[in-house]
Design a protein around this ligand. Sequence first.
Ligand code: AMP
Ligand code: MG
Length: 344
Amino acid sequence: MKKKITLIAIFVFFALVSVVGCQIQPNEIYEESASLFAMDTYMTFQIYGGNNKDLRKVLNDTEELIINYEKKWSVTDSESEIYLLNHSSGKEVEVSDETIALLQYAKTVATDTNGNFDPTIYPIVKDWGFTTGEYKIPQEERIHELLAYVNYQNIKIDGNRVVIPSHYELDLGAVIKGYVGDEIIELWKQNNVSYGILNLGGNVQTLNQKGKEDWKVGIRDPFNKQSVAVVSVNDKAVVTSGSYERYFVGEDGNTYSHIINPKTGIPVNNGLLSVTIVSEEGRKCDALSTSLFVMGIDEAINYWEDRKDFDFVILSEDKRIIVSENIKDQIEIKDDSWKLEVIK
Ligand code: AMP
Ligand code: MG
C-alpha cells in the first residue's frame, strides 16, 4: 500500500513538473527559407511556425505552385495556355479555371483604369525589343499598325473558352507576380504558417505580423541600390513598378522604359521614377503600380482620391516622395535629399 502511494506521489510529481515545464517553456518558433528562379525572376521565401518539418513541406508546395503557374502562363513555353492563346490566330481556345480568373481580373483592372493597364500590349512590348533585349525604336507607322492589335475589350470570355482576335497577343507580366503572390499567401494560411514574407523579384507580400514587430520593406532608390525609404507593414503587399527596372537608351539619346502607354504605344516618360502600391492584395498592387505609372502623377492622385482603398509611394525625377496620407506614419525616409509630400 505504502509502495503504491509512493509510486502515485512520484507520478503526480513528474506529471506536475512536465505540465509546469510545458508552461514555462516559451513556444518554440522555427524559421525556414527558400529561394527559386522562376517566371524569369529571382524569388525568396521566409516562413515561421511551430514545426520545421511542416514548414519545409509548405515551402516545397510553394515551389510546386509556382512551377504549375509558370507552365500555364509562360509566354515562351509552347505548351502554356497563354502561348496557345497568343498563337490561336483568332480561334477559340479552352483554358483552365485559373487562367479564366487571371484574364477576368486583368480585364476588370483594364476597364477600371480606363485602359492605362492593358493585358493585350504584347505586340508593342515585343516590337520595342523588351522581350528579347534587342532594343529598337520602332517606326511611327509600325506603332500605329500594332496599336490596332491592342485593346483589352476584344478579349472574349465565355465559360472556359477564350477568343482573342488575330494578331493579338497577351502580356500578363504586369499582374502575374502579384496574382501568384496572393495564391502563395493563401497556401501559407491554409497550412497554419504563423507569419512569413515573400519576394517575387521585388513584389513583396507579408503574412501577419513578424512576431511582435512590423515587416520592413525597403523602397529602392532608382539612382543606386540603396533604399530611399522603408515602409512598415503587416499582412500587406508592397509592389513597385519602376522605369529603372528595364530600359534602354535609343539612338536618339532618349531613355525608353518597359512600361508603355497603351494609347500611344510609346514608353511612358512623365517625370515618374517608380510607383509603389501598398494594399491587402498582391494582384491589385501589381496591376495598379503599372497602371498608376502610366497615368502620371495627376491622374494617379485622382484615381486614388476616388477609391482610397490602397496606399501609394511615388518617386519623381525631381526627388519628391509623394505618399498617400494613410501611409505617412509607416514610412521612414532614409535619404534627406528626397522631399516628402503627403496627399490628403
Ligand atoms: P510591372 O513591372 O509590373 O510594372 O510590369 C511591367 C511589364 O508589363 C512590362 O515589362 C510589360 O511586359 C508589361 N506592360 C508594359 N506596359 C503595360 C501596360 N500599360 N499595361 C499592362 N502591361 C504592361
Ligand atoms: Mg505590375
